[in-house]
Ligand binder design. Structure first.
Ligand SMILES: Cc1cc2nc3c(=O)[nH]c(=O)nc-3n(C[C@H](O)[C@H](O)[C@H](O)COP(=O)(O)OP(=O)(O)OC[C@H]3O[C@@H](n4cnc5c(N)ncnc54)[C@H](O)[C@@H]3O)c2cc1C
Length: 545
């Protein structure tokens, strides 16, 4: 059996960034991944702007609505509205292979090459010491890894009012251009800046994992407003760009069509039990070490199964999320630039006056390329009237997405249950306390009052339900007592010698900031630490037997 130095499970944001330092250190690394891809839509979308395609492409319905009309949501438009037909491969096959039971928590997992970040919003929000207060690591521990990851993935942003909360980033490129609606809001903020900051409201251009300049052969971002549909110039970061770079190393091997089921520690390392999806065969693969990066829920499923911990409750976290369609009155009668990107234009942090450790994070998007028909269901008017009105109002339409922090409670749990047909299922219960709900309402009221001062008038508030932020965390936390499901500060799984965790499952709590950039930095930290112990001989060198 061929024993490698490290097996990494998953090719998402966590997996590729954990693999990188191991591969760079010259170790033999094998990545096991289910690896679904879009084989259908990518080639249909020309390198043109959204408005040009809308005007002139006779085949546009194929990708905007989908060949199977899969772009038309027949239920409520609630979770993952950005997952357009060309992005739907991201969650393909999950119902079948990753079953979840919950009436209180919506789950979106991924079995794609590149995972969920194949369609993420690319918002980059480094944590500070206060954000990491519940973890046994601090900003200093992550600092070199934030820098390494920022250089690897390409980050754009500026040194504005959010800088004190996000910190320095030496490789940061200038920000992407904000659109006309964003400009109006930003101008108003600058006029009222002192008063708003005194009220705990800080606004800036969104720091994005997108290249505003040529960087590692990617970008510059062409501002075509097609970011929810295509990956023009590979400017917005997708983990598959790093995977392509990894594949160029001789000591890296990528095996897709593999479903990792469980692992056992064996003398000299780990044996990983894998289902080969192409032929249905079971495989056993050997490695000196294992890095789990199957997504927070995916890794937890495999760990609980491997440790025989069925029915054992573990915590589950996800940023509570509310989105608010707004009318941006600053745009009345103003011309609207066609050139724009589709991602979040502006980001606000809004601190609670009595408690500086509590804050919300809000992102302002303009609403155009996601298409107006999706909003009709949210309108009280008839279909025809709604469409006419929405067309008229479109330059004024925006969406504010508000994220809150999350902490574990006994009412937010995940369990692995044995299934009758031999396939186990995750069961998730997620109930917020009255105090949490009340605090969130108060925080939303405060942040929306500030946006009103900037001309953004809420039309209604939409609570898409728990889990909707798709920011999962907390199920195998760092610093858990030995004997408890969790890991130490190096993210080594409790009770094991050579199994490491690299995704969101390791964070004991999450701030309101999106966590993916920190997942990537921590994955880089885990890979770097593991490379060191593999090289120092703490574990035997990888050998071909
Ligand atoms: C629409 C959308 C917008 C988002 N926007 C933002 C944002 O702006 N900022 C932010 O911080 N976060 C954002 N997120 C969240 C972000 O995408 C995730 O936090 C991040 O991608 C998680 O990465 P991961 O590698 O931990 O897991 P995943 O992306 O879930 O990757 C899991 C990987 O493991 C593989 N895998 C899973 N199970 C198995 C198995 N059993 N065997 C083999 N392989 C397996 C999968 O194929 C995949 O490659 C967004 C998410 C979505 C969906």
């Amino acid at each position: 059996m061929d024993t490698v130095d490290a097996i990494v499970v998953g090719s998402g944001a966590a997996g590729v960034n954990a693999a990188w330092p191991l591969v760079e250190a010259g170790l033999r690394v094998r990545m096991l991944d289910f690896g679904n891809k879009d084989r259908h839509y990518e080639s249909l979308i020309a390198h043109k702007s959204w408005s040009e395609l809308r005007r002139s492409d006779p085949h546009q319905h194929r990708y905007f609505v989908g060949d199977q009309l899969e772009g038309i949501p027949f239920g409520d438009v609630r979770v993952g509205a950005q997952l357009t037909p060309p992005r739907l491969f991201i969650s393909e096959d999950c119902e079948r292979f990753l079953p979840v039971d919950s009436s209180t928590f919506a789950v979106t997992e991924s079995l794609a090459e590149g995972g969920l970040a194949s369609g993420w919003g690319a918002g980059v929000f480094p944590f500070d010491d206060a954000d990491l207060a519940d973890a046994p690591i601090n900003r200093q521990d992550l600092a070199p890894h934030y820098e390494a990851v920022a250089e690897r993935i390409g980050v754009s942003g500026d040194q504005g009012d959010l800088q004190p909360f996000f910190g320095e980033c030496s490789s940061m490129m200038p920000p992407l251009e904000i659109d006309s609606a964003g400009e109006q809001v930003f101008k108003r903020y600058q006029k009222r800046r002192d008063a708003l900051r005194a009220a705990g409201f800080h606004l800036g251009k969104t720091r994005l994992a997108a290249c505003s300049e040529l960087h590692r052969g990617r970008g510059p971002h062409p501002h075509l407003d097609m970011d929810f549909w295509a990956d023009a110039k590979r400017a917005v970061y997708r983990p598959r760009w790093t995977l392509e770079e990894l594949k160029a190393f001789e000591n890296f091997e990528y095996q897709d069509r593999r479903l990792v089921e469980h692992f056992n520690e064996v003398p000299g390392g780990v044996e990983v039990c894998v289902r080969n999806i192409s032929n249905g065969q079971q495989e056993r693969q050997r490695s000196r070490s294992l890095v789990m990066a199957a997504g927070a829920l995916g890794s937890t499923r495999i760990v609980l199964r491997s440790l025989g911990m069925h029915d054992r409750p573990v915590p589950v976290l996800c940023n509570p999320y509310t989105y608010v369609p707004v009318l941006n009155t600053g745009m009345w009668g103003k011309p609207c630039k066609d050139r724009r990107h589709s991602l979040a234009q502006l980001t606000a942090l809004s601190f609670s006056p009595g408690d500086r450790s509590r804050y919300t994070q809000a992102q302002l998007y303009s609403y155009r390329s996601l298409l107006l028909f999706k909003l009709i269901k949210e309108s009280p008017l008839s279909r025809v009237d709604s469409m006419a009105l929405l067309r008229l109002m479109q330059p004024l339409l925006g969406i504010i997405g508000i994220h809150h922090g999350d902490r574990p409670t006994p009412d937010k749990t995940l369990r692995l249950r044995a299934g009758g047909n031999g396939q186990d299922r995750l069961e998730i219960e997620y109930v917020q306390s009255k105090a949490e709900q009340a605090a969130q309402l108060a925080d939303e009221k405060r942040v929306l009052a500030c946006f009103r001062k900037l001309g953004c008038w809420p039309i209604k508030k939409i609570s898409p339900g728990h889990g909707a932020a798709i920011h999962y965390a907390g199920s195998l936390p760092m610093g858990a007592e030995s004997g408890e499901p969790g890991c130490d500060q190096d993210c080594r799984l409790n009770g094991t010698r050579s199994v490491y965790l690299a995704d969101g499952c390791v964070f004991p709590s999450i701030p309101a900031k999106g966590l993916t950039f920190t997942i990537m930095a921590n994955a880089d930290r885990v890979g770097t630490g593991l490379a060191r112990s593999l090289q120092s001989g703490a574990l035997r060198a990888g050998v071909r037997e």
